[in-house]
Design a protein around this ligand. Structure first.
Ligand code: SAH
Length: 340
C-alpha cells in the first residue's frame, strides 16, 4: 500500500476523478495532511465517512520513528527509523535568516567520496518521496517550529534518486500543502553530469550546489570516485550550460582537507577554473571523523585560501560550523548508533 505522503496534489486529484468524485477532495485531503497535520484519516473532519473508508483501504499514513535526537543551542540532529528498519539522518540548523533543514535522499550512498561518512554504508535503497516529506513534518512537529529553508545534503546522492527527489519537491512546493518556495531549496550533487543537464531543463527554481572539493582531476580523482566517471571539465561545462540557461547562480562546495586541497596553488588554480562564472564558493571546514585520516585545515590556511579567492574576484564564504558536538558530519550519527 502506498503512503499518502507520496502523492502530489495533481495525483490525488486524478485519483478522486477516476472514482467519479470531485477534484476538490484532493485539496481537502492535502490541507488535512499539510496544514492541519493530522495523524489519522479519522481526523479529516469535513470528509465523508465513505471517503475516509476508501482512503484507509488504499493509502497508509505512516510516519518515521525518532530513534535519536541530539540537541544543541542552534542545531538539532535526528536519527530516523524507516518502516523497513533502515535508518536515515536529518539536521536542523537555526540561522539568523531562518530554520534550515538538511535531509537525506537515500539509505547509504554509492558515490564513495573518501572523506565522507555516508558512503561507508553502500546504498541500500532510494528514499521514497514520502520519506523525504516526512523528515520535514516530523522535525517541525518534534521542535514546534517551521522550516524555512531546505538542503538535500544529508545521506545520499539526490541525483542518483532523481525522480523521487523531483516529485518530493513538487509535493513540498504546493501552496495548498507545505508551501516551501523553490528558491529556499538547495540540491547538492557530487557532479552527475547528465542529471545536472536534466535538472537544468526541468524549469525548477531550486538552487544547485556542486560538491567540487578540488581544483583539478589529479586531486579530485583521489578523493571522489565519481571523478573517474565525470571529469572536472565536464562538470564545469555542464554547470556553465546550467548558468547560461537558467540565469541562476551556482554554489561550489569545497571541503578544506589539510595538505590535500588547501594549498595556495590549489586556491589559485580554483580561481582560474571558476573565473567569470556566476557562482560562489562555500569553503567547508572538514568535520573530522574517526574513520578517515583526513584532517581539518587550520584557521590561517582557511583564511589564506579565502583571501586568494577574494583577490581573484571569486565570491566566497566560509561555512559556519555547526554541531561538531552532535556528530553532525554526514552519516556520523547513524555510524555511531550502529557501533554502540
Ligand atoms: N551527495 C551529495 C549530497 C550529500 S553530501 C553531494 O555530494 O553533494 C553534502 C555535503 O557535505 C557535500 O559537499 C559533502 O562533500 C559534505 N561532507 C561530507 N562529509 C563531510 C565532512 N566530514 N565534513 C564536512 N563536510 C562533509
Amino acid at each position: 500500500m502506498k503512503n499518502i505522503y507520496d502523492f502530489t496534489l495533481s495525483e490525488l486529484e486524478i485519483y478522486f476523478s477516476q472514482k467519479g468524485e470531485k477534484k476538490y477532495k484532493a485539496v481537502q485531503v492535502f490541507e488535512w495532511l499539510y496544514k492541519k497535520r493530522i495523524h489519522s484519516f479519522d481526523d479529516m473532519k469535513n470528509i465523508s465517512n465513505i471517503t475516509i473508508s476508501d482512503l484507509k483501504e488504499n493509502f497508509q499514513l505512516e510516519s518515521l520513528t525518532v530513534l535519536q535526537k541530539q540537541e544543541d543551542v542552534d542545531v538539532c540532529k535526528f536519527l530516523f527509523g524507516l518502516s523497513d528498519g533502515n535508518k536515515i539522518e536529518a539536521v536542523l540548523m537555526k540561522h539568523d535568516y531562518g530554520n534550515s533543514l538538511c535531509i537525506s535522499s537515500q539509505v547509504g550512498c554509492n558515490m564513495g567520496c573518501s572523506f565522507c561518512e555516508s558512503g561507508r554504508l553502500k546504498k541500500v535503497r532510494n528514499l521514497d518521496s514520502s520519506e523525504m516529506v516526512l523528515q520535514i513534518l516530523q522535525v517541525e512537529e518534534e521542535l514546534g517550529i517551521r522550516i524555512t529553508h531546505l538542503v538535500l545534503m544529508g545521506i545520499g546522492e539526490p541525483f542518483d534518486n532523481y525522480d523521487n527527489v523531483m516529485k518530493f519537491i513538487s509535493i513540498i512546493n504546493e501552496p495548498k500543502g507545505i508551501d516551501l518556495g523553490a528558491r529556499h531549496i538547495t540540491i547538492s550533487t557530487c557532479g552527475i553530469v547528465p542529471k545536472i543537464l536534466e535538472f537544468m531543463d526541468s524549469g525548477k527554481q531550486v538552487n544547485l550546489a556542486i560538491s567540487l572539493h578540488a581544483p583539478n582531476n589529479t586531486i579530485r580523482d583521489k578523493i571522489m570516485k565519481i571523478n573517474h566517471v565525470y571529469k572536472i571539465e565536464e562538470v564545469i561545462e555542464a554547470v556553465k550550460k546550467y548558468i547560461f540557461k537558467t540565469n541562476r547562480r551556482v554554489t561550489f562546495e569545497y571541503i578544506l582537507l589539510k595538505g590535500i586541497n588547501d594549498r595556495e596553488k590549489d586556491a589559485k588554480e580554483l580561481s582560474t577554473l571558476l573565473r567569470g562564472m556566476n557562482c560562489y564558493v562555500n569553503l567547508i571546514p572538514y568535520n573530522e571523523t574517526s574513520h578517515t585520516t583526513y584532517q581539518k585545515s587550520n584557521k590561517e590556511t582557511i583564511l589564506k585560501f579565502y583571501d586568494i579567492l577574494k583577490k581573484n574576484h571569486i565570491q566566497v564564504t566560509i561555512r559556519r560550523e555547526f554541531g561538531s558536538k552532535v556528530s553532525a558530519a554526514c552519516g556520523q550519527l547513524r555510524a555511531n548508533y550502529e557501533e554502540e
